[in-house]
Structure formats: structure tokens, C-alpha cells
Design a binder for this molecule. Structure first.
Ligand SMILES: Nc1ncnc2c1ncn2[C@@H]1O[C@H](COP(=O)(O)OP(=O)(O)OP(=O)(O)O)[C@@H](O)[C@H]1O
Length: 264
């Protein structure tokens, strides 16, 4: 048994317990269990179609598994929707950037603060009552995140005009602005060259250390994963084939076979 598979519910922020998910009889995830400790960076890896994105969608309530349950922050749930997930402290970025392209970086990051606003929609529209002080609080937190991710010079730039790598960073900033306890990142380095990946990995690490957020990320680049993660879970054809520290997983024969294609 690996150190990670022994993680108990007392020190796990997130645990998945025998999750199975199928689409019209086709199994996307089969009986997957693993735990993520508070404060760690956990990478989900595996070949295309292995079930990685589906698993993130189960964690934040987009998909509801036919079997199993998810435990987050001491609560068990099978049926959770993305709204409740966000309210309980789970934020998410997407494989294909999902930002407001015509809005500025600052306004996009501010949308991440919506859950923390205390004023009503009417007060915000009229800019009266609690809305003014609320706006000051939300903006100052947004600026903290913008500074941490070195986005200051793009603050007022329209997102759609920015290079792809910077847009991915804005998406990370918007998710962090929500002050999540758990950050789900679906291929945050997809489409980047080696230098850009290195830079982005640094920002993910900063998010983890400076903001104390636990991270579950999907990434295909094994070099990046090994350097960045504390814990790696490997999926293949919807099943978990390895779960442990990066060095342990890298030498696992099942993982080598899945990646070299000798198992099928
Ligand atoms: N909404 C859906 N409807 C039907 N089938 C789906 C749906 N979402 C995922 N699947 C199927 O579930 C399986 C797992 O897909 P998933 O996208 O989770 O894999 P992945 O590991 O994230 O792949 P990739 O690395 O290519 O993004 C695939 O066979 C996929 O076709």
C-alpha cells in the first residue's frame, strides 16, 4: 500500500470513494478511489480518453457518478452541483479557456470575487449602500492576485487580445480570486512551449504556496508533472493504475506500459 493510498479522511481535504461514471452504458470511470491531502499538488495523468476531465467534472459536480461518493472538507456528497461546489471552496479552470474575452483582465479576475460580495445586485448597479465598500474590498483582493501572478501590466487590457499563455494565467487568477481551498486545473499548460510551461508551473506552485490552496491538475507533460507534483494519480481506460509519489509512479511497470502502449 502506498503512502497516499493510506491517507485517512482526517488529513485528506478531498477523497474519492469508489467512483464509477458511465455515459449511456459506456464506462468513463470505473471504481476509482484516491485521496488528496490538504496543501498538496496532485496531478492526474493518463492517455487521451482515460477519464481525467470526467473525474474533475465529478469533483466539482458537473457530472454525477452512478456509484461512489466524494468527500470534501469533511462532507460526503454524491450529488453536488457546480454552484454548491464553488460555495464550498472548489474553483476550476478549463481545458479551453473560458474567460470573458471582451472584458479587461481586472474585470475577469473580479468575476472570481462574486461569491464574496456582500451587497445586492441592485446596490451594485446603483453603486449605493454596501456596494461602494464592497467594491473596494473585492478590488483590493483582485489586485493581490494580479500582483502574485505578475499580471499588473495587463490589468486594463482586453483579455481576447492577450497571448494564449497570458490568458491561461488570467484564468488561474480568476479561479484564485475566489479564495478556493481546492483548485482544479484542467491542462493549465496545454498548447504551451517548454519555456511557457516552466513559467506557468511556477505560478501554479506560487498559488499553492502563497495562497495555501490544494491543487488537482491534469497535465500531459510528464516532465512538468514530475517536477511540480507531490502526488500523481495515473488513469488508463477509466481505471486507476497507479497512485503515489512522482518517483514511485514513474518507475511503475503499469504506467510505463500504458505510456509506451505495450499493455493493450
Ligand atoms: N459528456 C460525455 N458524453 C459521452 N461520453 C463522454 C462525455 N465526457 C466524456 N466522455 C467519454 O468518457 C471517456 C473519458 O473522457 P475524458 O474526457 O474524461 O478523458 P480525458 O482523460 O480527460 O481525455 P483527454 O486527455 O483527451 O482530455 C471518453 O471515452 C469520452 O469519450
Amino acid at each position: 500500500m502506498t503512502e497516499h493510498s493510506m491517507t485517512t479522511s482526517s488529513n485528506a481535504l478531498l477523497s474519492l470513494d469508489h467512483i464509477s461514471l458511465s455515459f449511456k452504458g459506456v464506462n468513463a470511470i470505473t471504481d476509482i478511489s484516491f485521496a488528496v491531502r490538504a496543501g498538496e499538488i496532485c496531478a492526474l495523468i493518463g492517455p487521451n480518453g482515460a477519464g481525467k476531465s470526467s473525474l474533475l467534472n465529478v469533483i466539482n459536480g458537473v457530472y454525477q457518478p452512478q456509484r461512489g461518493s466524494v468527500h470534501f472538507d469533511g462532507h460526503a456528497y454524491r450529488r453536488m452541483n457546480p454552484y454548491h461546489a464553488a460555495h464550498s471552496g472548489i474553483a476550476r479552470t478549463f481545458q479551453n479557456i473560458a474567460l470573458f474575452r471582451r472584458m479587461s483582465v481586472l474585470d475577469n479576475v473580479l468575476t472570481g470575487r462574486n461569491l464574496h460580495r456582500r451587497s445586492t445586485w441592485l446596490e451594485q448597479t446603483l453603486n449605493v449602500g454596501r456596494a461602494r465598500s464592497d467594491e473596494t474590498v473585492q478590488r483590493s483582493y483582485a489586485e493581490v492576485v494580479i500582483d502574485a501572478l505578475d499580471l499588473q501590466r495587463y490589468r486594463h487590457t482586453t483579455v481576447g487580445t492577450l497571448p494564449y499563455g497570458v490568458q491561461k494565467r488570467v484564468e488561474l487568477a480568476r479561479a484564485l480570486a475566489a479564495e478556493p481551498r481546492l483548485l482544479l486545473l484542467d491542462e493549465p499548460m496545454a498548447g504551451m512551449n517548454a519555456d511557457e510551461k516552466h513559467v506557468m508551473a511556477g505560478y501554479v506552485l506560487d498559488a499553492n504556496t502563497q495562497f495555501g490552496v490544494t491543487v488537482v491538475l491534469i497535465e500531459h507533460d510528464i516532465g512538468v508533472v514530475m517536477g511540480l507534483s507531490d502526488h500523481v494519480v495515473v488513469l488508463d481506460y477509466g481505471k486507476k493504475i497507479a497512485d503515489g509519489a512522482p518517483a514511485e509512479v514513474r518507475s511503475n511497470p503499469d504506467v510505463l506500459a500504458a505510456y509506451l502502449g505495450t499493455r493493450h
